[in-house]
Write a protein that binds this ligand. Structure first.
Ligand code: FAD
Length: 446
């Protein structure tokens, strides 16, 4: 465990006194991306409230955000170099809550970070994936060791406990309200229960999620085009009938324009039932929740809803620049979600790990300059980012297919025996029977 150096710092930087800091207005996030649901605000002062109650601290690495990206980043920095002083701040009052997620992850990706065997943070193991065409025809597309439905309210605290055990200082109910360049790194203004204070860090890892502002405060372009922002709504629904080892993905313009509906099992008769829509494709004035209510009425009319959440999913490729001097952005904050599936948990963890490795190497070398950190961006693009660019284009094209086409495609795929239903064969069959797909595949995959 590292020794924490606690030194006096100058008073909190004014949010208006630095060319970078003005971007740090805490309140701007509420309208970002037009997502109405936001994290609860930590009681306290705004960034520019002055020096009252200011305390200061130095650290080697400041991680902003305690989701999968930030937690894995913090854990990996601490495990690679126990001598580094790592501070992770999370603005919500609890790590992992409130849950704003379908909680589905693939087995292979998860296993890179955590062992799910017998873990209390697993809600269900998933052995089947079932696509549903708009008309209701079901197509099984995967069987076997598919993945898990997490219990994120337990999953993330487990990672946090591991990180804390390695010496990471985790502070909940603590929000970054701005960051500004300072000699040797960055100074962040924080607000928490006891008011505003500052922390100086040699390197900052921004893992502040879909509503994250820290990258933008640092001058990076994290804007999302409206067409690449999905609005999602989800109920936890009990007393419903479905295959508890399967995840269902239901497509169709009438069901979820620009996205899809999902049923992810939490228990034998309980599931996360949600959907994502792109507002530009939706009927005027209809929200994701309106679509979800209609979906529930049609498919689970007797279900008992015990929970509700809404949130935004960025289905846009990785931002063009994920690093600047002394700063790395990862996870949703850097648009690292799979634009086709909308899944981002494992991606966030992979990015967090990569950020940690690059950060530790840079800190050890005493060089946290942007050129040194650029390796993070290059390795991310090679690992997943370049695929996301292709998926993003494909998503655009698929959005143009109408419900009749999707119903036809489902019938075609169902003619392939289940055991032979690999993605490659599905593609070949689809191309043979639906030649209109050919230009799409040639354009984006060849
Ligand atoms: P987050 O998990 O969002 O974590 C960021 C954290 O930073 C938050 O806890 C936030 O409170 C904190 N924070 C933000 N700003 C500050 C600040 N200024 N100071 C301090 N802390 C701050 N992905 C999947 O893989 N599978 C799914 O089934 C799935 N379903 C989804 C369903 C819905 C309805 C939604 C909205 C998303 C879903 N996702 C899913 C996406 C997934 O939730 C994200 O991709 C994932 O959580 C990204 O992790 P992250 O660490 O980058 O960001």
């Amino acid at each position: 465990m590292g020794v924490r150096r606690v030194r006096a710092l100058p008073p909190a930087l004014s949010a208006h006194g630095d060319p970078v800091a003005p971007r740090g207005s805490a309140d701007r996030r509420f309208n970002l991306h037009g997502v109405s649901e936001v994290h609860r605000t930590v009681p306290g002062r705004s960034a520019g409230d002055g020096a009252a109650g200011v305390t200061s601290r130095h650290c080697d690495v400041l991680v902003i955000g305690g989701g999968p990206a930030g937690l894995i980043a913090a854990r990996e920095v601490a495990s690679r170099d126990p001598g580094l002083d790592v501070l992770l701040i999370e603005r919500d009052r609890a790590i992992g809550s409130p849950v704003r997620c379908g909680e589905g992850v693939g087995s292979a990706g998860l296993a890179e970070f955590m062992d799910p065997a017998g873990a209390p943070w697993v809600s269900r193991r998933v052995t089947r994936v079932i696509f549903r065409a708009p008309g209701g025809l079901e197509v099984r597309v995967a069987d076997g060791d598919v993945g898990y439905i997490l219990d994120r309210a337990r999953f993330e605290p487990t990672i946090a406990a591991e990180a804390g055990g390695l010496g990471v200082d985790i502070q909940v109910g603590t929000e970054a309200t701005g960051i500004a360049r300072s000699p040797g790194g960055w100074t962040a203004t924080l607000r928490a229960r006891h008011g505003a204070r500052t922390v100086a860090a040699r390197l900052v890892i921004c893992a502040d999620g879909v509503e994250g502002m820290a990258g933008r405060w640092a001058g990076l372009d994290t804007r999302v085009p409206a067409r690449d922002m999905e609005s999602c709504a989800q109920y936890v629904v009990s007393a419903i009938d479905f295959d508890p080892e399967a995840i269902y993905l239901h497509f169709g313009h009438s069901i979820a324009p620009g996205g899809y509906a999902w049923v992810f099992p939490k228990g034998n008769a309980t599931a996360n039932v949600g959907l994502g829509i792109v507002a530009l494709h939706a009927e005027r004035g209809r929200t994701a929740r309106d679509y979800l209510d209609r979906y529930l009425a049609a498919y689970f009319p007797t279900g008992v809803t015990t929970g509700y959440t809404v949130g935004g999913v960025i289905v846009h490729p990785t931002i063009r620049q994920t690093v600047t001097d002394g700063l790395i952005v990862c996870g949703d904050a850097a648009h690292m979600i799979n634009p086709l599936s909308g899944g981002g948990i494992v991606n966030a963890m992979k990015a967090g790990r990569l950020a940690a490795h690059v950060a530790v190497d840079a800190l050890r070398a005493g060089d946290c300059s942007a050129p040194r950190l650029e390796r993070y961006h290059a390795e991310w693009m090679a690992m997943l980012g370049d695929d996301h660019v292709r998926f993003h284009k494909l998503k655009d094209t698929l959005a143009r297919f109408d419900d009749a086409f999707l119903d036809g495609l489902a019938r075609t795929v169902n003619e392939i025996p289940l055991a032979e239903r690999t993605l490659r064969r599905i593609f070949v069959a689809a191309l043979t029977r639906h030649p209109s797909l050919l230009p799409v595949v040639v354009k984006y995959f060849v």
